[in-house]
Ligand binder design. Structure first.
Ligand code: ATP
Ligand code: CA
Ligand code: CA
Length: 432
């Protein structure tokens, strides 16, 4: 995970796209948040707003460095989702618009999606296919309702859905979501688990060249690893996973995985590579007049972030009178860590292992269900047909959503056990 990607600076091929994405987010999020909050209506789920940016600016949009079009989808729904996930609006803006410093994880999956991390590493922008985009809009209400009923969901937290287009360029859809992994801790091993065995093996011999690779189901089994949760945590984790997977099954979604990042507390933070990769791109001369530019040339301290967030919050609110109680600023800690409120992210952004007696364990798991926008479409059915001719179904990854989900839950539940339980089972096995 320390391979956080390449910094996106002005020399980067995707600089203009990244710049436009962030400019569009800044504009649309401030625009929606400037208004008085209100209840959602059905129309909010269908809403889309198009904006044109150009170098001169117009009565609606401020001037930008480049000409581009930006589309904002269901802004009120996402505003409410961000509130549900306890994101501070100003903090969100600070993270995503701090002078366009992102790092890019170029297309780690087969899908061709690009991933960008906000410079503070809290958020991920993922470019998605048109089909995924259409699908997310279609299921948005179901997702929204699920999240209201399950604020502790393990599913990806979606904070925004947008589209950007440069003249003569193609339309690029993207979502903003939570980065499951923490900015301040090394992740010693990463696994992407689906509960299937076909193609679910990262070649162990390639690990040396790429020690931070994301490993898969077979690598997990080979290492005899477990999600070490004592009774209370295990119950909560499995119950939530079951509820989440029920939704995915009902929406006919598949191909999702449980992403697991393991931080070994004994090893702690050995490498400080991440600090280096997070070192901030220094804006060129043309940005010199920007009042925010200076403080953004290095990683800002908590206090600086809090101050900046407070400023922005005031700016957002200037359109209406500010009630007394809202002007009292929050403590920086609260601002920094909305995750504290969420069961599976409350232990320093993750979920700490526990022993059978519920005392704290040696690892912190950073986990969640990701890549959940693939609909069981015709393509999948075709894949099923072809693979089905040669493989046992238990090994196929493209089985129908119902069975995909059941198999997923079975696998993950099966590997959720304490160290003590695993050792006991091993001893029993040896005895028979
Ligand atoms: P494919 O469809 O081929 O699986 P994809 O482009 O849809 O690929 P994902 O499966 O969503 O990509 O993610 C690829 C990798 O990116 C994950 O294995 C993980 O390492 C990283 N990643 C994705 N989402 C997150 C997240 N929310 N937090 C942290 N890392 C993530
Ligand atoms: Ca995937
Ligand atoms: Ca995918």
């Amino acid at each position: 995970r320390v391979v956080v990607g390449t910094k996106v600076d002005q020399n980067h091929v995707n600089w203009v796209t990244a710049y436009n994405m962030l400019t569009g987010i800044r504009f649309t999020v401030s625009r929606t948040n400037a208004k008085m909050d209100r209840e959602l209506t059905d129309a909010d789920f269908e809403a889309k707003h198009k904006f044109s940016f150009d170098i001169t600016g117009n009565e609606l949009t401020p001037s930008a460095k480049y000409d581009f079009k930006f589309k904002d989808y269901a802004p009120w729904v996402f505003r409410h989702l961000r509130a549900t996930f306890r994101l501070d609006p100003a903090d969100y803006l600070v993270s995503l618009t701090s002078k366009y410093i992102l790092s890019e994880l170029g297309s780690p999956g087969k899908s061709g999606s690009f991933f960008y991390f906000s410079r503070d590493y809290k958020y991920i922008i993922k470019t998605i296919h048109h089909a995924e985009h259409k699908f997310l809009r279609r299921i948005l209400k179901d997702y929204y309702n699920h999240v209201q009923e399950n604020p502790n969901t393990l599913l990806s937290q979606f904070y925004g859905l947008h589209r950007v287009k440069i003249p003569y360029g193609r339309k690029i859809h993207f979502v903003v979501m939570n980065n499951l992994f923490p900015p301040h801790r090394d992740i010693h091993r990463t696994f992407d688990l689906k509960g299937s065995t076909i193609g679910r093996d990262f070649k162990e011999e390639d690990l040396e060249a790429n020690p931070r690779a994301t490993l898969k189901d077979l690598n997990w089994l080979r290492r005899n690893l477990h999600l070490e949760f004592g009774p209370t945590k295990k119950k909560a984790f499995i119950e939530q996973m079951q509820k989440d997977v029920k939704l995915l099954q009902r929406l006919k979604i598949m191909d999702y995985s449980l992403l697991v990042g393991i931080h070994d507390l004994e090893r702690g933070n050995e490498e400080n590579l991440r600090d280096k990769t997070l070192q901030v791109f220094q804006p060129g001369g043309e940005d010199a007049e920007d009042p925010g530019a200076n403080m953004l040339m290095r990683t800002p301290s908590k206090l600086e972030n809090a101050r900046k967030a407070k400023e922005l919050r005031q700016m957002i609110k200037t359109q209406k009178p500010i009630p007394m109680d809202q002007t009292t600023s929050k403590m920086p800690d609260e601002l920094q860590d909305p995750k504290k409120n969420f069961y599976f992210y409350a232990d320093d952004g993750g979920f700490r292992a526990t022993h059978e007696d519920e005392t704290a364990g040696e690892e912190i798991y950073y986990l969640g269900i990701i890549d959940c926008l693939t609909h069981y479409s015709l393509i999948k059915r075709a894949e099923h047909f072809f693979k089905g001719l040669t493989n046992q179904e238990s090994q196929i990854s493209a089985i129908p959503p119902e069975r995909y989900g059941d198999r997923f839950v079975r696998f993950i539940s099966g590997v959720t056990k304490t160290r003590e339980a695993a050792e006991r089972e091993k001893a029993e096995e040896a005895a028979t």
